[in-house]
Write a protein that binds this ligand. Structure first.
Ligand SMILES: C[S@@+](CC[C@H](N)C(=O)[O-])C[C@H]1O[C@@H](n2cnc3c(N)ncnc32)[C@H](O)[C@@H]1O
Length: 290
């Protein structure tokens, strides 16, 4: 990401959640704070009736719906699993690359028994803290941990916080590995495998290698990568599923689930009238530490 500036893709993701919450029937993920979290420019787009009608038309949903599905499905998947993990007794939630995710506003008070660690680039985090403070008091169970993944390890950053590595934690890492070099992602996965106590859980999404895609998905991936170049946050991280599985298993993780685009569509977007479907270009991965 561009140094000295909050993440533009985090603002775009919040705008996508806002659009889905405000204008979709039967939203897959409901984020009533997303509109307040995104940038004024996106807020202007979201209040332009003509633009919104065109963006949410069935035809446009064949293209933009792929992006929407990616953004809302990853949050739904992570929070469904987080709730199960809390019931199992996990009481630490680490949002890696938290961006403008509004969990802190939506659910931090309700889940007052858990400690929430928002880990993000300091430039994005500064904007987030400013927005959260404008919207009300930041709950006591939330702690902000700045990091630049390209410079520092997660374990070092968490050591500066109250994170208790003697206890299991739930880590979500959404919409971020795409913007990191594959080696940085693998180093962070290795780092989590070492720092996290047994039975810790990790949910992340990752991009599939361009060469492993075909037809419209190849073209779509190219279009998204051009868009992210424009936002100065190019997509540089992609994986081959089998190689990634092999690598994480050798790190000691147990793979609980790896949902392909088709499986995500089947689970969350089956027979939606708005025609939104998940792309084949990203997967959702659920891992548990040994
Ligand atoms: C697309 S946003 C995703 C935000 C959020 N998880 C979501 O799902 O909306 C990407 C996030 O990755 C973070 N990020 C990108 N490069 C980073 C780096 N080198 N170090 C730390 N965070 C980084 C950005 O600050 C941003 O919050």
């Amino acid at each position: 990401m561009k140094i000295g500036r909050a993440s533009r893709t985090a603002q775009a993701a919040a705008a996508i959640r806002a659009n889905h919450y405000l204008y979709a029937n039967n939203p897959v993920f409901s984020d009533p704070y997303a509109l307040h979290m995104t940038s004024p420019a996106w807020q202007a787009v979201l209040s332009n009736r003509f633009l919104i009608k065109s963006l949410n038309s069935k035809i446009a949903n064949h293209a933009f719906g792929l992006l929407t599905a990616q953004v809302v499905a990853r949050s739904r998947f992570a929070e469904d699993l987080l709730k199960q993990a809390i019931q199992k007794g996990i009481h630490q939630y680490v949002l890696i690359g938290a961006g403008l995710d509004s969990f802190t506003l939506r659910l931090a008070k309700q889940y007052s028994q858990i400690k929430i660690y928002e880990v993000d680039h300091p430039d994005t985090q500064a904007l987030k803290i400013k927005i959260l403070s404008q919207l009300g008091d930041i709950p006591d169970n939330v702690e902000f941990v700045p990091i630049d993944f390209e410079q520092e390890q997660l374990s070092d950053a968490l050591q500066r916080s109250h994170y208790d590595s003697g206890q299991a934690g739930f880590f979500s890492w959404l919409g971020t590995t795409h913007y990191l070099s594959p080696q940085t992602t693998l180093n962070t996965l290795q780092d989590i495998a070492i720092l996290a106590a047994a039975k810790s859980e990790l949910v992340l999404d990752y991009s599939i290698h361009y060469q492993d895609l075909t037809g419209i998905e190849r073209l779509g991936t190219f279009a998204v990568s051009q868009f992210t170049h424009l936002l100065s946050e190019p997509i540089i991280g992609a994986f081959n599923t089998w190689q990634l599985h092999d690598t994480v298993q050798r790190m000691g993780y147990q793979i609980i689930d790896d949902l392909s685009g088709q499986e995500i569509t089947q689970r969350y977007f089956h027979q939606r009238v708005d025609g939104i479907q998940h792309t084949q270009a990203t997967h959702l991965l659920h891992l548990i530490t040994a």
